[in-house]
Design a protein around this ligand. Sequence first.
Ligand code: SF4
Length: 279
Amino acid sequence: MAYVIVTEDITEVQAKIAGAHARADVEAANQQLEALVRDTDFEAMSPQDMLGWVGETVDPARTVVSTSFQYSGMATIHMMWELGLSLRVATMDTLRLHAETYAFIRETEQRYGIEIEVHRPDAAEIDSMVQRFGEFLFFDSKAKQEYCCQVRKTRPHDRLLKTADCWITGLRRDQSVTRSKTPKAQTVAEYGSRRLILKLNPMADWTQKRLLEYTTANEIPVHGLYAQGYESIGCVICSTPTAAGEAPRAGRWRWFNKDDEMSQEDLKECGLHVPQYHI
Ligand code: SF4
């Protein structure tokens, strides 16, 4: 009779088996999600149809509308309210938002009777970044601006997505060239893991004109900075008003507008919606 000599501690073996099972579960769930995205005609759905589908299909506690309270995010919240959906609404507080944004968060909560999750950066990461590069590192280079966005916005958002199976955005194709091919549904991998998350962009095919008409017709609250000429709203200093004829995101990181090395479109994303999830 041959004996199998087990040299590993039994708990290590059990942990490996449990890990293998967990990986298999994740792979199976990923395949199901990919099939769902492939076989469901999300492109034919209106934003309301898609939100209705979400309400019937996905666990609301694991579904998050992530917004910075611009027109499309507010329209999404309004549609949710009309449909009677109680999905989670979350925003990233970079600690550098405009006073108008903080006030508008409260106004939106009161208008729709919801509680908005406000996610902040890790204090130790902020301290370390500021000590190394200073508070205004984003002026120095595109790389340092992206690092600041990562610490203040992308990493907290990655942590948020660990609590979600479905992420709803307000992305629209007419916002910029980089967003012109935005699908209505896609999968993205959770940061640092193989788990896939369903990312839905219900407003993807809405134009700015259509969105403004919907906003006015439904008396949806509007962020106060629009009246001051802002077309894209983010942090203080990094987002500025745009002049007539400028691209919607031209007011972002204006000091890079004359950079010859990178395209304007590359310069106008903060990282939240750029594929960067390396598995
Ligand atoms: Fe930092 Fe500016 Fe990005 Fe805000 S927009 S996180 S201040 S670089």
